[in-house]
Design a protein around this ligand. Structure first.
Ligand code: AMP
Length: 369
């Protein structure tokens, strides 16, 4: 990942792919121009790198020149008027190949056609290294296309974002989601995840998603999801993965402009962890860490029974259900420790002590992420 000005970009097209595409375009042009000596006309600024690599690969005699289209505000009209800089050469009766770094809407290309209408060239063809078919609004034929790309903002290999990035040898794509901090707050029932999450979401300006809370909200509002989840929750069992994963995904989508997320109570199974990785990946992001509160079983039972007296949560009222939830946690969910440890993302934090002590321990860990 790279940062240019205020934005983050991720690698998109490798040097090797670019090289292959340029070579293929050269081969196609060679076979089309035959004995003619073509004039390659690069469109500045973006095409300088492409033109350089293209002509180095071109095996026969050729001429190279550059033009630049500079736009300035018309005095009378608000429309941009394109001004041509640099076309000093007589191109009468020549075979001309325009070399463009990228063609998206086709506006520049239209301008080029307008300008070349007056030049009595023998043949004008258009070669573009990158092309965005989805954005292309014109009918002009593109004779040589290197790589078709989706309608995403790219930089590198001559292309810039506000002046930066032209020197990069490969191409990067704007990250759809800019930098996020996401972590999984982990720990057995009663470890204090909810309490700590409330502090942490304020400190780091993150969205806190507790799957248990979302289920309880749905039960309270008697939604279909709530009714489905209730049967499992009342017994202290896990709600099936499919249901939970769909729900989590919807919660993340609801907060698409978040700085990041604290996942609390999710994932609880390997399938959920995998789904979460995929979800973060689809947002060009990742889980930075699993931060786990480590608390002894007997302390947990005591805390939960205490909470049950005031919270009204049925699964906190009964010691048997509590012990079952803790057992479920270790049986089914402690394997997640291995999942994140394998990615070097597991951070254990001592969860016994005063609330503020634990908050301090947590922030010390998260600050390092
Ligand atoms: P919690 O508030 O996190 O202790 O969750 C309470 C209950 O909600 C659990 O005992 C499960 O029945 C259900 N639940 C919460 N999160 C999940 C999850 N990620 N997967 C399956 N069930 C969940």
């Amino acid at each position: 990942m790279i940062k240019l000005h205020d934005l983050y970009f991720k690698p998109f097209i490798s040097e090797n792919e670019i090289d292959n595409a340029v070579q293929r375009m050269v081969d196609e042009v060679v076979s089309d121009v035959q004995d003619e000596i073509p004039v390659f006309v690069g469109i500045l600024n973006g095409s300088f790198m492409f033109v350089s690599d293209f002509v180095k690969k071109y095996p026969n005699p050729c001429e190279v020149t550059f033009i630049k289209l500079a736009s300035y505000e018309g005095v009378k009209s608000t429309e941009d008027i394109q001004r041509l800089i640099g076309l000093t050469q007589d191109l009468t009766n020549r075979v001309v190949v325009i070399l463009e770094d990228i063609i998206d809407s086709g506006n520049t290309l239209e301008e080029i056609h307008r300008i070349f209408k007056n030049e009595k060239v023998k043949k004008l063809s258009i070669a573009t290294l990158f092309h965005k078919p989805e954005a292309y609004k014109k009918d002009f034929k593109l004779h040589y296309v290197g790589i078709n790309i989706p309608d995403k903002f790219i930089v590198g290999y001559g292309l810039d974002y506000n002046g930066l990035g032209r020197n990069l040898p490969k191409v990067y794509q704007l990250k759809t989601t800019q930098y996020m901090t996401n972590f999984v707050l982990f720990g057995p029932p009663g470890a204090g995840k909810g309490t700590q999450a409330n502090f942490l979401k304020e400190t780091y300006n993150l969205v806190h998603i507790s799957t248990g809370d979302v289920f309880r909200y749905n039960i309270k509002n008697e939604t279909a999801l709530g009714m489905l989840a209730k049967a499992y929750m009342d017994k202290g069992e896990l709600v099936p993965d499919e249901v939970t994963i769909d729900m989590l995904r919807a919660e993340v989508e609801k907060n698409s402009d978040a700085n990041g997320f604290i996942f609390d109570g999710f994932p609880r199974t390997n399938a959920q962890a995998k789904a979460l990785d995929d979800l973060m990946d689809s947002k060009d992001s990742q889980i930075n860490a699993m931060v786990a509160l480590e608390v002894d079983d007997e302390v947990l039972v005591e805390r939960l029974l205490g909470r049950g007296k005031t919270s009204g949560r049925p699964d906190d009222a009964d010691e048997k259900i509590i012990r079952n939830r803790i057992k479920e946690y270790y049986q089914k969910t402690a394997i997640l420790k291995d999942y994140y440890a394998a990615q070097d993302k597991y951070c254990g934090v001592d969860g016994v002590g005063s609330i503020s002590d634990i908050t301090n321990r947590l922030t010390a860990v998260i600050d390092k992420l």
